[in-house]
Design a binder for this molecule. Structure first.
Ligand code: PMP
Length: 403
């Protein structure tokens, strides 16, 4: 009898996705066939998009489309190589200089995705014996950066503290010998809960225990602060509150890619040590040009950012008044915390059928008892669209006994 095990056995034994598809409670990988402003079209039906990270609506802005077209005509559709070799364009360097100054740092470096920005920068910065201290709600790409460092160099000391719990953060810092190198890595705006890190307090602890701060601004730049310059601006505009500022272009910038910014020497080190930068093709011309045009718009049209901030307030107030648990969000990311996976999927299905696109989020993206619908608004939403959506979502949630 042949008893050997195949590496693929686990794939044939995996039935969860098929089972969920059969019940109709499968919200993932839905193909969008067209996007326009606040609307998307799926299987021929129009849906109000309340689940995108296109916060400023710039991914559909004709000015970005035109910038991408011009760059493509000039440079082609791919850089066909890594930044290290033939994949650096003058467009990359121009954008990096502008980004550095936008976030108050000496230099910046672009990666092909936000995910790679964290993977590359964090794995480059951590060496054997170094300490990294993370919030348990930090984005997966931050953890993967730590895991890559561990796989490459071993003996990385990982410390995790409960979300935004400064007492626990201090306890972890105090456990580490003062002279050993340490890096605190936090999201500026947390991706599933929409709340903002208490950065000045984290900075005070970092100074006390001689730690560096790496701030992931994926959901903060273009979103918080009077001029959309992110969490440091939100707390008064002192950009030395973080040593490294990271951001992605796939959200408010309406493109794809990401960057880290910091002291010139630190960025140059990352440039020469980050494997996801060195061994992957660079950001394509269309994406750099679109991100660059988005930066122009953020700098010249702060009213777009203010509209987004007003829409966020409308959503938060509306859902809270309706009786939802929205956590402590202050941003366009509004979690409707449900706690039960089945109810979360049932509400998602009712909304999908009722013409609203939202994202259900379950473990491991959130802790097991904290499944939620992640609602996110954009600057291109009309107030009336949001008010009607709040009413519809509340009606469906009431039918399911959620509120
Ligand atoms: N950091 C955070 C906080 C994120 O939410 C995300 C994406 N969801 C990323 C990094 C990765 O960015 P990207 O999707 O652009 O690769």
């Amino acid at each position: 009898m042949n008893t050997h095990k195949s590496i693929f056995d686990k794939c044939y034994a995996f039935t969860e996705a098929e089972d969920a598809r059969a019940t109709g409670l499968y919200p993932f990988f839905k193909p969008i066939s067209r996007s326009a402003g606040s609307k998307v079209y799926v299987h021929g039906r129009e849906l109000l998009m309340l689940g995108s990270n296109n916060y400023l609506g710039l991914a559909n802005d004709p000015r970005l489309v035109e910038a991408a077209r011009i760059a493509t005509e000039k440079f082609g559709t791919s850089c066909s190589g890594s930044r290290f070799m033939n994949g650096t364009l003058d467009l990359h360097e121009e954008l990096e200089a502008r980004l550095a100054s936008f976030v108050g740092k000496e230099d910046a470096l672009c990666f092909s995705t936000g995910y790679q920005s964290n993977l590359g920068s964090i794995s480059a910065l951590l060496n054997r014996g170094d300490h990294v201290i993370v919030d348990k709600y930090d984005h997966a790409s931050i953890m993967d950066g730590v895991f890559l460092a561990e796989g490459l160099k071993h003996n990385i000391n990982l410390h995790r503290y409960n979300h935004n719990n400064l007492k626990e953060l201090e306890k972890e810092l105090a456990r580490i010998p003062l002279e050993e190198p340490k890096l605190i890595v936090v999201d500026g705006v947390f991706s599933m809960e929409g709340d903002i890190v208490p950065l000045p307090e984290v900075k005070a602890l970092a100074d006390k225990y001689h730690a560096g701060i790496y701030l992931d601004e994926a959901h903060a730049i273009g979103v918080v602060g009077r001029n959309g310059r992110g969490t440091c601006e939100h707390f008064g505009g002192d950009f030395s509150l973080a040593d490294i500022i990271m951001c992605t272009f796939s959200k408010s910038f309406g493109s794809l890619g990401g960057f880290v910014a910091g002291d010139r020497k630190v960025i140059d080190y990352i440039r020469h040590a980050a494997r996801p930068l060195m061994f992957s093709a660079s950001m394509p011309p269309a994406n750099i040009a679109a991100a660059s045009r988005a930066l122009d718009i953020m700098q010249n049209e702060p009213e777009l950012i203010h509209k987004l901030q007003r829409n966020a307030r409308l959503l938060i107030d509306g859902f809270t008044a309706a009786g939802f648990n929205t956590g402590t969000t202050e941003t366009p990311i509004v979690p409707l915390v449900i706690g039960d996976n089945e109810k979360t999927f049932l509400l998602w299905k009712a909304l999908y059928e009722g013409g609203i696109y939202v994202n259900p989020v379950i473990s491991p993206a959130v802790p097991p008892q904290r499944s939620l619908l992640r609602i996110s608004c954009m600057a291109v939403h009309e107030e009336s669209e949001l008010s009607q959506a709040i009413d519809l979502i509340s009606d469906e949630a009431r039918k399911l006994g959620i509120i």
